[in-house]
Design a protein around this ligand. Sequence first.
Ligand code: NAP
Ligand code: MG
Length: 401
Amino acid sequence: MSKIQMTTPLVEMDGDEMTRIIWQIIKDELINPYIDLKSEYYDLGLKYRDETDDQVTVDSANATKKYGVAVKCATITPNDARVKEYNLKKMYKSPNGTIRAMLDGTVFRAPIIVKGISPHVWNWKKPITLARHAYGDIYKNTEMKIPGKGKAELVFTGEDGKEIRKTIHEFTSPGIIQGVHNVDKSIESFARSCFGYALSKKEKLMFASKDTISKIYDGNFRDIFQRIFEEEYKAKFDEAGIEYFYTLIDDAVARIMRSEGGEIWACKNYDGDVMSDMVSSAYGSLAMMTSILVSPDGIYEYEAAHGTVQRHYYKHLNGEETSTNSVATIYAWTGALRKRGELDNIPELVEFADKLDKATIDTIESGYMTKDLALISTLKDVHPLNTEDFIKKIRSVMEAL
Ligand code: NAP
Ligand code: MG
């Protein structure tokens, strides 16, 4: 059988620890035997990031801008312990943060749903994808304690020296204040990433905030979304038969709990931080969550939402058997290959991605899965497999499709 040919390279970002081990097995068993893989390889493993003073991360993001599609393995974000463990020259920033900032992108988190692993919310039949704005608000705040009696004001000084002032509160006793900000440019990028992603998935999009209380601040988010929607996306949404609507955050939460899924929920920074943990834990497993970075101009980077699974890696190094779930990493590969196939008009590549997804789901639904899923599966006949055997089982299921 001849291998599927590609035309444009996929940007491949390798990573760390157990996910780096999985990465290689996936390529050996599920990708390379079937695809003449054209990839531009960047080693984002911590050792090589340190050797290159993190230049490799910047290079990989530039390559992603150039080619438009990347697949990324989980990577270590260094902390004090990692600086010692890897004898690092310095405490590098999170690669995801660097790449996200360079692409001006938004992260979309979506669960992978299989029979036997039921969401805690019984009516969630299809994935709910959560988009989180990743700039500003309380994450870039300035706050202070107010010691006692006095007036707190909000002051903006323009370049021309002119001031705009508003009273926050006339304090009669001690308290606290906080200043937060956002910038229109970042909100516009967020909106465009959300509209573009909804179109690519052909799913409806909801954005919510607290504009009844925060009339100017949250009202500005609402208005920017509405303006960009009407000016740039409304016709395309009509054509695709999907809708965009804005609602109050309270209403959004109530709707989500009653929803059957199959929609995208765009959240401000704090709402997204909190709600993404709620949505992902309600779906059952972090190992079944994908994460897609989308830039406003339609560049895509696919990865798993989980980390490098450090505990399993040390077991692996000790020669012990591991049972690490590779599903989200496989989906990162198929997501990227499918997108490359769509952009380059290679239907065989799209079909291959669909087939590998199906084989992965079929494998789990026929009872073969890693331990993390075996523990929560409601199937009667469950066979827990080790890391490598699970991937090999998927290969044999795919061969039989
Ligand atoms: P983690 O790698 O997500 O793993 C936390 C725990 O969740 C694991 O110990 C394991 O539980 C379970 N788990 C996660 N993924 C799993 C999988 N695929 N299969 C089976 N079980 C899985 O988080 P962490 O241990 O806190 O972080 C490790 C490193 O990952 C850190 O250095 C962090 O910086 C990095 N990280 C990277 C990314 C990224 O690149 N996107 C994201 C998050 C964290 P049990 O041990 O109970 O089996
Ligand atoms: Mg959080």
